[in-house]
Design a binder for this molecule. Structure first.
Ligand code: HEM
Length: 435
């Protein structure tokens, strides 16, 4: 078992990480985005440097798109795909890895996860789950999200000292929403939180062995939880996404492995990303009192403020594609079989689309043109829900605690693809009674 875990880690993460580190030492720039720890605190000057080399940068092992137009073109290109979730590996190694995978340890980026399969398989899953994320379906969550936000803030109202707003608020709201989506009983939410946090680690290609072992253990536990839960839902279905998927029949019916993959991806893709949006939002507004004042005077700006937060601090910094044929992006041909990183965080600060891109401006007219939710076939299916959660979470927080101030140094998580805070100490200040 131990050897299998080690091999899975090596092929899925370790080998890629060593190659990236080696290439970074030889002076290649793209791998640094993934493995250079000195870029964690502020990666943006590096993205500027990379974009200065052109909209498409090609190096020995890999390529990247850096401008807004080239990144969008890549993500929408029919000539590229997700390469089975480990597009950075040569095909024979990808096959070997797939052979070593076992259903109990399939992570959110392993096939048949939607983020690891291409059309037509992807199209089928996407059609089945999209029904749960239409504007009307998302609107049904609004009241509940508002109620959860208010309950969490009621719990905080008695605090007079420092409060970690990530652990006490930003994390708890998305876990309640995902718990509802998957129909997970309330008393298992703490467990879901712990396991979901660990599972999300596998979205990062630079994952070390110790973290991988923890993630794999948690993924195993999550599969066991989902398994028991599917059995319950088959007997007693509810009104949630998973219940509806479990009950599909005929040619729509999903296998157990497919159901597990969807549940795990919803958790892996929908949880920490939203935590990061809320965390970044708290910090941005704490650092920009004039923008906060604008939102107090003109609350109708909240949805646009969330777009601007997603633009300037995208919770998913980049994503990977692999070219299936020689592919032309921004007029440059990239060879077949090349891993290409779509640098979302660089595209979102492209000055040809967003003038003065480093300025946080909640009134920016085209803020919603960001690529924080990707583009093309894998465009985030939960984007409507994430926008709603972000707007309710932040608006309710700042309306209840208008003097909220950051009191210490926020701590970033180590992961690179998902960039966000683990801890933001704040003092809540004057309270305004709930409306
Ligand atoms: C601020 C929060 C969020 C951000 C920034 C975000 C970002 C993304 C991005 C960038 C992708 C595409 C990755 C790629 O192209 O390779 C994606 C896909 C996805 N997201 Fe989100 N996401 C967020 C919230 C959510 C939520 C709340 C859910 C569901 C509850 C969700 C479910 C998914 C799923 C299922 C996919 C795969 C879609 C596909 O492959 O067709 N996301 N997300």
């Amino acid at each position: 078992m131990e050897i299998a875990t080690l091999t899975r880690w090596y092929l899925g993460f370790g080998l890629g990480r060593s190659l990236l580190r080696m290439a970074a030492r030889r002076g290649d720039m793209i791998p640094r985005a993934l493995v250079d720890p000195s870029l964690q605190a502020d990666p943006y000057p590096f993205f500027e440097e990379l974009r200065a080399r052109g909209p498409v940068v090609q190096e020995r092992l890999t390529a990247a798109t850096t401008s807004h137009a080239a990144t969008k073109e890549l993500l929408r290109s029919p000539d590229v795909g997700v390469g089975g979730g480990h597009g950075e590996l040569p095909k024979p190694l990808r096959r070997l890895l797939a052979g070593l995978q076992r259903a109990q340890v399939l992570g959110p980026m392993d096939p048949p996860s939607m983020l690891a399969v291409d059309a037509p398989r992807h199209t089928r899953y996407r059609k089945l789950i999209s029904r749960e994320f239409t504007a009307r379906a998302v609107a049904r969550h609004e009241e509940r999200i508002q109620a959860v936000a208010e309950r969490l803030l009621d719990d905080l109202a008695a605090e007079t000292g420092d409060v970690d707003i990530v652990q006490r608020y930003a994390t708890l709201l998305p876990v309640a929403v995902i718990g509802d989506l998957l129909g997970i009983p309330d008393d298992q939410r703490d467990e879901l939180l712990r396991l979901g946090n660990d599972a999300a680690l596998t979205l990062d290609p630079g994952l070390g062995l110790a973290a991988y072992r923890r993630a794999e253990r948690s993924i195993r536990e999550l599969h066991a939880m989902i398994e028991a839960h599917i059995v319950r839902l088959r007997e007693n279905p509810g009104e949630d996404l998973l219940s509806r998927l479990v009950m599909l029949e005929g040619e729509d019916a999903l296998t157990d492995v497919e159901l597990h993959a969807i549940a795990l991806l919803t958790l892996g893709a929908g949880f920490e990303t939203t935590v990061n949006l809320i965390g970044h939002g708290v910090l941005l507004l704490a650092e920009h009192p004039e923008q906060r004042a604008l939102l107090t005077d003109r609350p109708e700006l909240w949805p646009n403020a969330v777009e601007e937060m997603l633009r300037i601090q995208p919770p998913v910094q980049f994503t990977l594609r692999v070219t299936y044929v020689p592919t032309t992006i921004a007029g440059q041909t990239i060879a077949k079989g090349m891993p290409v990183t779509a640098m979302i965080a660089a595209a979102n600060r492209d000055p040809s689309v967003f003038p003065e891109p480093e300025r946080f401006d909640v009134t920016r007219a085209n803020a919603h043109d960001h690529l924080a939710f990707s583009a093309g076939e894998h465009y985030c299916v939960g984007s409507g829900l994430a926008r709603l959660e972000g707007a309710i979470a932040l608006r309710t927080l700042f309306e209840r605690f208008p003097d909220l101030a950051v009191t210490g140094t926020p701590e970033l998580r180590e992961t690179r693809v998902l960039r966000g805070y683990d801890r933001i100490p704040v003092v809540l200040g004057t309270r305004v009674a709930a409306g």
